[in-house]
Ligand binder design. Structure first.
Ligand SMILES: [Zn+2]
Length: 275
């Protein structure tokens, strides 16, 4: 079996036996990839393990692995850590946002379906989540992720009559997959009110020019607070849950006050992105 190499971000991990880990990796050129790292926790006589003592959630590394798309689990043979995100791990808010981003990628994309531009956006966004720009960074990434996956809701015009949205009071309907205007809101049963300013904010973020790996985006983002991003993240979570027919595990941590939030489980279960 030929070996493949790729830059990867660890989206989920599960300790498997005393010494091994099963990982869901987001590989830049290979997409989502499930691997087993045998002996990840085993130390050699010199004190090192071939996987630097184990791979953690959101670690970025250069991986070598067997790649058989027909196999449910490929074998990780090497891992060179490139970025351990120590700053991110010091902030509970940053970790919730980062793990939520990881959950969304795992849910919205198929295995072995490469999205290099989205990989670059995630790699670029993760360190920003540990800064005061966390809220706008996460929201911009979330919108890009939905657009890349084809899950972006209709935000520019009323889904019923086509009238441009954002000029007056608008409503959002997960069942309609987007916004509806005041005249049409009676036609959709599951509508929720959405502030026109927040709607224009999302429209503006989606219009920001992207170049290459999106490196110009952070400088151009407006500064946002949770007062602004919480309702938008709620709306997008409702939209995703309705579209996929699945509950999101981590949205409740992202949408609640960190002080009152239940502690997120350290171990994230592996789950098929397609089931
Ligand atoms: Zn309408």
């Amino acid at each position: 079996m030929a070996l493949a190499r790729d830059r990867c971000i660890c989206l989920r991990k599960l300790d498997y036996s005393e010494t091994s880990q099963i990982l869901l990796l987001f590989a830049r050129e290979h997409g989502l990839l499930r691997v087993i790292a045998k002996g990840a926790h085993r130390r050699t006589k010199a004190g090192a393990s071939k996987f630097d003592g184990g791979i953690d959630l959101l670690d970025v590394g250069d991986a070598v692995f067997t790649f058989d798309p027909g196999k449910e689990l490929n074998l990780l043979t090497e891992w060179g850590l490139r970025e351990g995100h120590l700053e991110l791990r010091r902030s509970l808010r940053a970790m919730y946002l980062a793990q939520y981003a990881a959950e969304l990628i795992a849910l919205l994309f198929e295995e072995h379906d490469a999205h290099p531009a989205l990989f670059d956006r995630l790699a670029q966004s993760l360190p920003e989540l540990a800064t005061p720009r966390a809220e706008e960074t996460f929201l911009a990434f979330e919108l890009d992720l939905l657009r890349e996956g084809g899950y972006l809701p209709g935000l520019s015009s009323c889904g019923e009559c086509g009238r441009p949205a954002g000029e007056q009071e608008s409503f959002f309907s997960p069942a309609r997959g987007g916004v509806v205007c005041r005249n049409c809101e009676g036609a959709v049963p599951d509508r929720m009110s959405v502030d026109a300013r927040l709607l224009r904010l999302m429209q503006g973020m989606l219009r920001l020019p992207r170049d290459g790996n999106g490196s110009s985006i952070p400088q151009r983002l407006p500064r946002l607070t949770r007062h602004q991003t919480d309702p938008i993240n709620r709306l997008l979570a409702d939209h995703i849950e309705h579209t996929l027919g699945r509950r999101l595990r981590l949205s409740k941590y992202v949408l609640s006050d960190a002080d009152n939030a239940p502690v997120a489980p350290a171990r994230v279960e592996l789950r098929s992105a397609t089931s």
